[in-house]
Design a protein around this ligand. Structure first.
Ligand SMILES: Nc1ncnc2c1ncn2[C@@H]1O[C@H](COP(=O)(O)OP(=O)(O)OP(=O)(O)O)[C@@H](O)[C@H]1O
Length: 246
């Protein structure tokens, strides 16, 4: 099976800081590949490299079309942790703008996404006046509206209420069923356990373990993904030490 996204020996440096250190992986068609790692592990940097937003060494191949460049980006959708720009625009104007850049002709799909995420009421208000959750919904619609084949989702459920999380999970499922792929990050292990086909655990920029949730749990003999994750990043002893004397 080929890779929807192939990353080989990815290294990202910010000055002398090595944020990602020789990371290689493959996100297959139809799967949700989750990058799990502690704060500062290099997850967002990896996603930014796939989007061509940071300088990197190594190779990235997106949908067999080569490294990130504008033509390839029309097949990619991204939800990033950073806030939206153009916050003085309304969701309607912002989505129309993104849609025109991405060549979206089917406005009915965008309208359906707006309805599904309960954004109609806010569609003409400035984005900067919206709650964090509603802004996140605008970002998710902007990522999905051109029906990309590869979705990059950095903590996409941040700020969302339970109903919206369910809707976004369903949209992700439909994207996968139509042959799409997802590179996903989360800190919530229950979410990872439910959503991820395969997981890559990243620590200080290096991929330390990879497999299905079950494979990862059995590799380190853990009863839960949370235990497996903490074992993989060798944080269990540290946590015990930190809690001593409390
Ligand atoms: N623009 C930047 N300039 C300098 N250092 C940076 C920059 N962006 C990220 N870093 C550093 O690179 C490392 C990896 O950061 P990154 O944001 O990729 O981690 P992350 O795994 O996404 O973390 P989190 O879970 O906290 O979002 C961190 O040490 C971070 O401080």
């Amino acid at each position: 099976m080929g890779c929807a996204l192939r990353i080989e020996k990815l290294t990202i440096k910010y000055g002398s800081k090595v944020a990602v250190d020789g990371l290689s992986t493959c996100v297959r068609p139809g799967e949700t590949y989750c990058l799990l790692g502690p704060n500062g592990a290099g997850k967002t940097s990896t996603i930014k490299a796939v989007l061509g937003l940071v300088r990197y060494e190594g190779h990235i191949d997106i949908l067999g079309m080569g490294p990130p460049r504008p033509e390839v980006m029309n097949k990619v959708g991204a939800v990033l942790e950073t806030p939206l720009v153009l916050e003085t625009l309304s969701p309607r104007d912002f989505l129309e703008f993104v849609g025109s850049v991405r060549g979206v002709r089917d406005s009915r799909y965008v309208e359906a996404l707006v309805r599904a995420l309960g954004l109609e009421e806010f569609i003409d208000r400035p984005i900067m006046s919206l709650s964090a959750g509603n802004r996140q919904k605008v970002a998710i619609i902007a990522a999905l509206m051109h029906r990309p084949r590869l979705l990059l989702m950095d903590e996409p459920f941040n700020y969302l209420d339970a109903k919206s999380v369910r809707v976004v999970k369903e949209l992700m499922q439909r994207h996968l069923e139509s042959g799409g792929s997802i590179l996903f990050t989360t800190h919530i292990m229950e979410v990872a356990e439910r959503v991820c086909s395969r997981i890559g655990i990243i620590n200080t920029g290096r991929l330390v373990m990879e497999g299905t949730p079950m494979e990862i749990m059995s590799a380190v003999n853990a009863g839960s993904l949370e235990d497996a994750f903490l074992r993989a990043i060798r944080a269990e002893d540290e946590i015990r030490g930190l809690l001593e004397g409390l």
